[in-house]
Design a protein around this ligand. Structure first.
Ligand code: GLU
Length: 434
């Protein structure tokens, strides 16, 4: 008979969102660090929906949280909903009353807290933390409406689910001693706690709507890609070491350690997030990027079924190092997909001041002969026309770019022309001064 193997790892962590709002940056980072720790330790990651507040919990928030986690790749091994477990909380509260540790106040159940005791815990991130029970009131376990208090259902579940490490936001530090008292009262083993640093906005204040505190689903709509957002979230309080900032998940998991998480607040920086995302977009092949870009372009009405995938890949090849989000692709390359693009008055004023209808017509007539209509041929013809007119290149390049693209910056003019194609290039040149 073979001896039973020892369990490989007993690590079990959880992310326990309350579905009273969308998944925000802070929650997503908490979920990510728990997930990474579970993966790093070969442990389990539990998703527990803390929907005990029946009035404020909403199915649409629950759905957004789960969809966003799945989109970020934060898959869970077990899923629970606290609203399915009210009976358990009631039973445990009753036991505490029966054992003399808690008392009833009407229909509510309250835990007695003895005074003048130090409650200590060795926080995985912040080190030793001590609270004195003189600062802690008796704790409501069950509210008079029959629903459990957050702290209590959380403890019952963490204990029954075998959670070994509670990794959560710093805003929960003051809950920890109260919860330790509940573990003790019920005779449960106290898990390890780690409190993640706050995330501040770039302005040094708490994250606000203006500074990043929007839902993960909004970042998704904005055209961030999950690998980019996840990599950025990782940097909010943790670093793979050295100057490294871009790191594949597999390598990050291999290096991840709770001990290396910072104690000091992390700063959310939108520019940095965009930069990280841009690195991921740039690293994709045009084909891979097409998979992500097609739905966005279709949603914008810029791409119809039956588009030419080879052409789209040429567009993406040209733009993938020039965009940090898929939204920017729409903004910057929209003119390639529709004739209905806007030229801002500012751009028009700056670049189309010189009225050059003759020059444009001449250029169009020459470009009409370009065969093939590619970078080399269009450039040769363009230079020839400019030389014939005896004007500096720039005087022609800038207004032509504005006429073709609606903007004064972008990829090389001849790359742009060749992707735009002959028919549209000529039509835009001829229509520019009409
Ligand atoms: N439901 C709590 C929250 O959303 C969970 C706190 C915890 O992780 O213990 O903040």
């Amino acid at each position: 008979m073979s001896t039973p193997e020892a369990p490989v790892s007993a690590v079990k962590v959880r992310f326990a969102p309350s579905p009273t709002g969308f998944l925000h940056i802070g929650g997503a980072r908490t979920a990510l660090f728990n997930w990474m720790y579970a993966r790093a330790q070969g442990g389990k990651f539990v998703l527990r929906v803390e929907d005990t507040d029946l009035e404020r919990s909403r199915p649409e928030f629950e759905k957004e949280i789960m969809d966003s986690m799945a989109w970020l790749g934060l898959t869970w091994d077990e899923l629970y909903k606290q609203s399915d477990r009210f009976g358990l909380y009631r039973d445990h509260a009753e036991k505490l009353v029966a054992g003399g540790k808690a008392f009833r106040d009407g229909t509510a159940v309250i835990l007695k807290v003895d005074k003048a005791r130090d409650i200590k815990f060795d926080d995985l991130i912040r080190g030793l933390i001590v609270f004195n029970t003189d600062e802690i009131k008796d704790q409501v376990l069950m509210k008079s409406d029959g629903s459990p208090a957050y702290s209590f259902s959380c403890v019952v579940d963490d204990a029954l689910m075998g959670i070994t490490h509670v990794i959560r936001g710093e805003d929960h530090i003051s809950n920890t001693p109260k919860q330790i008292l509940m573990y003790e009262a019920m005779g449960f083993k106290v898990p390890k706690f780690g409190h993640l640093p706050l995330i501040m906005g770039t302005d040094g204040a708490r994250l606000s709507k203006r500074f990043g505190a929007v839902a993960v689903s909004d970042y998704r709509k904005e055209g961030f890609i999950p690998e980019g957002l996840v990599n950025y979230l990782m940097l909010l309080g943790w670093s793979p070491g050295g100057d490294q900032e871009i790191i594949a998940m597999k390598n990050a998991v291999a290096k991840f350690s709770i001990k290396k998480i910072n104690k000091t607040a992390a700063q959310f920086n939108m520019e940095k997030l965009k930069w990280v995302n841009a690195q991921y977009i740039k690293a994709l092949t045009a084909k891979q990027l097409a998979v992500l870009a097609v739905p966005v372009l279709k949603e914008e009405g810029l791409l119809a079924d039956g588009f030419d995938p080879a052409w789209l890949e040429r567009v993406l090849e040209l733009y993938k190092s020039r965009m940090s989000t898929l939204r920017e692709l729409v903004e910057r390359a929209g003119f390639l997909f529709t004739d209905d693009f806007k030229v801002s008055d500012e751009v028009r004023a700056a670049q189309l001041t010189r009225v050059m209808p003759k020059e444009f017509a001449l250029l169009a007539d020459h470009l009409e002969k370009a065969e093939p209509f590619d970078v080399v041929t269009t450039e040769k013809i363009f230079r020839g026309v400019v030389a014939g007119l005896g004007i500096p290149m720039g005087e022609m390049v800038h207004p032509v770019r504005v006429a073709l693209t609606g903007d004064h910056v972008g990829p090389g003019l001849f790359d742009t022309m060749s992707v735009l194609g002959k028919a549209r290039t000529l039509a835009r040149l001829r229509a520019a001064f009409v």
